[in-house]
Design a binder for this molecule. Structure first.
Ligand SMILES: [Fe+2]
Length: 380
C-alpha cells in the first residue's frame, strides 16, 4: 500500500457546546492578546463567550471585514491590523473564508516570506503563532485542512497549501450553524459532500481517507435536506457538521479534483459562491468520470442509497440521479443558466479551468479544454 501522511490539528473538539470548551481551553493556554477574525452577523452569539475571555484579562481585537472570498489586498489589511495589535494568538470563527484568513494571519505574523512566495503547495516555511478555528458553516472543512484559498490581484483563485496551515485546534459546535440560512446551508453542505466524493474517486485515493470520504458522502446526503428544511434540527446539523469535518480531513492527504477545478472560474467570472458552483457542476462531472471508473461511482451510488442495477455503470448513473434530486430538494438551482451563467462564456470558463492543474491532476479521467467545454454544456 502506498504511503500516506495524515496531519490533523492537535486538538479536534466536536459536538454541541464545544464553543464553551474553546473558551476554557483558550484561558488555560495563557494567551493574552487574541486577534479574532469573524463576521458581524455572529456578534451577539459570540458576545457572552468574548466577555468571559475578557474577564480573564485577555485583550481581543476583532476584524469583521471579510464578507466574500478574500483577496490578497483584504488579507494584507487584516494582517497589518494583527501586527499593530501585537497579537500572540489568532482565532477564526466563521465560514471558510474567515478561517482561511485567520490561518494565514497566524502564519504571516512572524514570517518574512511574501504571499507570492508562499502560494502553491508546500512553500510556506513556518507558522509561529497559535491558531484555533471554529466553523459556523458546514462546508469548507478549513478548520482541519492545510488549505487557504484567496483571490490574487489578477482575479485568479490561488491556493496556499501547507502543513503549517493546519490549525492547532478546531472546535466544531453544530449549535453555531443553526441560524445559517437555507441557501447557505445547502451550498456549503454540497461543497462538503463534494470534498468527500472527490477524495473517494480521486486518482490519489487511499483506503485510510476512503473511510472518512465514503462516510462523509453518506451522512451529508442523508441529513442535508433535513438541515435545509429545518435549521434548528440539531441532529441533522450535527451529522452535516461531522460530514463536513470528514471532508476537511480528506483535503490534506488527497484533496479535490475536477468539480473544484471547473467551479473556480464560476466564482471568478460570475461571483457564484463556491459551494453553489460545485453543486452546479457535480452531477455533470460525475457522469463524465463514471466512464473512467464505474465501480468507484457505483460505491458512491450505494452510499447515496441507489438500488443495484445490472451493471456498475447503470448503478453509478443512478447515483447521479440521486445527487441531482438532492441538490434540487435543498432548493439550489440545478443548471448554470438558472444561476446566471451565459452560454457564450463557456469557452473562456473552460480555458480558465484548465489552468487549475493543481486539482485536475487528481481527476480520475483526463480533462482537455474540449472536455471541459462539454461538461459546462451538460451542466447548463
Ligand atoms: Fe470546496
Amino acid at each position: 500500500m502506498k504511503e500516506i501522511v495524515i496531519l490533523n490539528p492537535n486538538r479536534v473538539v466536536f459536538g454541541e457546546g464545544s464553543m464553551q470548551r474553546f473558551v476554557s481551553d483558550f484561558i488555560e493556554k495563557g494567551f493574552k492578546r487574541m486577534f479574532l477574525v469573524t463576521i458581524a452577523e455572529l456578534r451577539s452569539t459570540l458576545t457572552p463567550f468574548l466577555e468571559e475571555l475578557k474577564s480573564q484579562g485577555i485583550a481581543i481585537v476583532t476584524d469583521e471585514s471579510i464578507v466574500s472570498e478574500p483577496t490578497f489586498d483584504d488579507f494584507n489589511t487584516i494582517l497589518g491590523k494583527a501586527i499593530a495589535f501585537n497579537a500572540d494568538s489568532v482565532v477564526g470563527i466563521g465560514g471558510g473564508s474567515v478561517l482561511d484568513v485567520a490561518k494565514l494571519v497566524a502564519a504571516q505574523l512572524k514570517n518574512s516570506q511574501t504571499l507570492d512566495e508562499i502560494k502553491g503547495i508546500g512553500n510556506l516555511k513556518e507558522r509561529k503563532t497559535y491558531v484555533a478555528c471554529i466553523p459556523t458553516t458546514s462546508g469548507t472543512g478549513s478548520e482541519v485542512s492545510p488549505n487557504a484559498i484567496f483571490v490574487n490581484n489578477q482575479g485568479e483563485k490561488v491556493g496556499i497549501i501547507s502543513p503549517f496551515l493546519v490549525p492547532d485546534a478546531a472546535y466544531i459546535d453544530p449549535v453555531l450553524t443553526v441560524s445559517l440560512p437555507r441557501n447557505i446551508t445547502a451550498a456549503t453542505g454540497i461543497d462538503a459532500l463534494t470534498h468527500c466524493l472527490e477524495a473517494y474517486t480521486n486518482k490519489f485515493a487511499h483506503p485510510f481517507v476512503d473511510l472518512y470520504a465514503l462516510e462523509g458522502v453518506r451522512i451529508i446526503a442523508k441529513y442535508l435536506k433535513r438541515a435545509c428544511d429545518d435549521g434548528t434540527d440539531l441532529e441533522a446539523r450535527s451529522q452535516v457538521a461531522l460530514g463536513s469535518m470528514y471532508g476537511g480531513m480528506c483535503l490534506g492527504p488527497v484533496n479535490t479534483a475536477a468539480v473544484h477545478a471547473l467551479s473556480y472560474p464560476l466564482g471568478v467570472e460570475y461571483h457564484i459562491p463556491h459551494g453553489l458552483s460545485n453543486a452546479l457542476l457535480l452531477p455533470s462531472v460525475m457522469e463524465y468520470n463514471i466512464e473512467a471508473n464505474a465501480s468507484k461511482y457505483e460505491r458512491i451510488a450505494e452510499v447515496l442509497g441507489a438500488e443495484k442495477k445490472n451493471s456498475s455503470r447503470e448503478t453509478a448513473l443512478e447515483g447521479v440521479k440521486i445527487m441531482k434530486q438532492l441538490i434540487d430538494d435543498c432548493g439550489l438551482p440545478t443548471g448554470l443558466g438558472q444561476a446566471g451563467v451565459k452560454e457564450e462564456s463557456i469557452a473562456k470558463l473552460a480555458e480558465e479551468a484548465i489552468k487549475v492543474q493543481r486539482l485536475l491532476k487528481n481527476n480520475i479521467r483526463e480533462i482537455a479544454v474540449s472536455d471541459a467545454v462539454a461538461i459546462y454544456k451538460s451542466a447548463f
